[in-house]
Design a protein around this ligand. Structure first.
Ligand SMILES: Nc1nc2c(ncn2[C@@H]2O[C@H](COP(=O)(O)OP(=O)(O)O)[C@@H](O)[C@H]2O)c(=O)[nH]1
Ligand SMILES: [Mg+2]
Length: 161
């Protein structure tokens, strides 16, 4: 049997997806897991393949913001999800500073709006520096995001948490 090196953590890392309703958090988790995309309203926090998928309401309603912090307890990486075509901004300034884990951003729906300037600004305003533009419909950008996650230590295939 392989022995784990002392102090070395070999477990796969956990991600938490945060973003307003309808930006594509659940769809993105389905794509990462290699599942067929099907619409599923996220009513509560869902954990699958080491992804903590959260309801948009947790971000949109200030009173529920704290639930995100509680939900992120097991997360190693915070993923702020914003859609390229968003009209309203929900992330408060320096939002990521409330989480102990590092944060990155994903911009979805680049097939609808290829200009990601605004979405990137919003994510930067929230405290994110690294951003991955993707389309879950065409698959564009997904490989780059996957490669980053792999490097980070996330593996969607290592079993359901
Ligand atoms: N065109 C396009 N639609 C997307 C994309 N990602 C998600 N959607 C659609 O956006 C809607 C909301 O997605 P969902 O994953 O439920 O959003 P959530 O509320 O953030 O979990 C669904 O109808 C998805 O099919 C994308 O990259 N491109
Ligand atoms: Mg959802």
């Amino acid at each position: 049997m392989m022995k784990e090196e002392p102090g070395k953590n070999n477990r796969t890392k956990n991600l938490i997806f945060i973003g307003q309703r309808g930006v594509g958090k659940t769809t993105l988790s389905q794509v990462l897991c290699g599942e067929e995309i099907r619409y599923q309203k996220t009513q509560t926090v869902q954990v699958k393949a080491h992804i903590i998928d959260t309801p948009g309401e947790f971000l949109e309603r200030r009173m529920l913001n704290r639930s995100l912090l509680v939900s992120s307890y097991d997360a190693d990486l915070v993923v702020l999800v914003e859609e390229a075509n968003a009209v309203q901004m929900y992330f408060p300034p320096a939002f990521t500073s409330m989480f102990p884990a590092p944060a990155i951003g994903v911009i979805t729906k680049t097939d609808i709006e290829p200009d990601i300037t605004k979405a990137r600004k919003r994510l930067e305003y929230a405290g994110v520096k690294t951003v991955f533009p993707v389309s879950c419909t065409t698959g564009e950008g997904i490989e780059a995001f996957r490669a980053f996650l792999r490097e980070f230590g996330y593996d969607s295939g290592s079993g359901v948490k």
